[in-house]
Design a binder for this molecule. Sequence first.
Ligand code: COA
Ligand code: MG
Length: 294
Amino acid sequence: MSGPPPRRSVLYVPGSNARALAKARTLTADALILDLEDAVAPEAKPAARERVCAALREGGFGPREIAVRINALDTEWGEADLAEACAAAPDAILIPKVDSARTVGAVAERIGAAAPEGVRLWSMLETPLGVLNAREIAAASPLQNVWVVGTQDLARALGCRTAEGREPLQTVLGLCLLAARAFGLALLDGVYGAIRDAEGFRAECREARDLGFDGKTLIHPSQIDDCNALFAPSDEDLARARRTVAAFERAREEGRGVAVLDGRMIENLHVESARRTLARAETLDARAREMRAE
Ligand code: COA
Ligand code: MG
């Protein structure tokens, strides 16, 4: 596989919900976040932790990347969540409400000491302070490779209204994107809560995709297919990528460093991104075949 694994659709699965944990193994989400935090009621947290760790040991998640979202370390559940998640060795441990590099450093140290090699760290940026400290947080640990922007918590903390669209969140989304890209992190958008509003959901996916996000976090299985399609190159994107590569190769054969396609200049950077688009489509095709073969 070339490039990072696909993370178009990343579904939260409440750790307390056995049926959802079973069903998640059959869904076409690229990745799953087995949640011990906000999706789980306080009295259900210890049982959810056991259930999630048992599910990880059982396996059966196929090619889906698996993250466990722990409770923050300053809560009564955080320490046990982290210790047991390290032992159960998911692909990643997701820390909620990260607002300083110190938090990332502390969890990274614990993962390094207690988890098998290869367990990565994901962070949620969902507080104003977290977004203000984005640069330091992004640089805090080489174990960190993915960020999730908690747009709902941020909207609430900022006091902004998003019912008519996310214009009020553009500064936050842009700052997260800048820091994530500067330090090579993948970036996932927050959830869309209105699970029956497919049109609104698709509009938000397109917005996140066009801003540069890698994918979106989801709360319901009905959101997966649209999300996978919208964060994948379209047939039009692929056709254009092939024509871009061909036009540039022709120009090179003729000794020119730039080409013109449909009245637009094509130079090396366009060819590189066209090649990335084609490689990504291959990765996604391979993933779809793996899912079908399950
Ligand atoms: N992951 C896996 N399976 C899920 C799921 C999820 N997030 N959400 C629903 N399902 C399953 C249900 O278990 C049900 O399975 P079944 O066909 O085997 O019975 C099926 O999908 C249909 O579910 P539905 O009845 O439409 O939804 P619901 O009313 O049971 O649940 C929610 C709706 C919103 C409560 C539920 O989707 C959910 O808990 N989502 C995650 C919330 C969360 O994690 N929040 C924290 C992060 S913001
Ligand atoms: Mg949150």
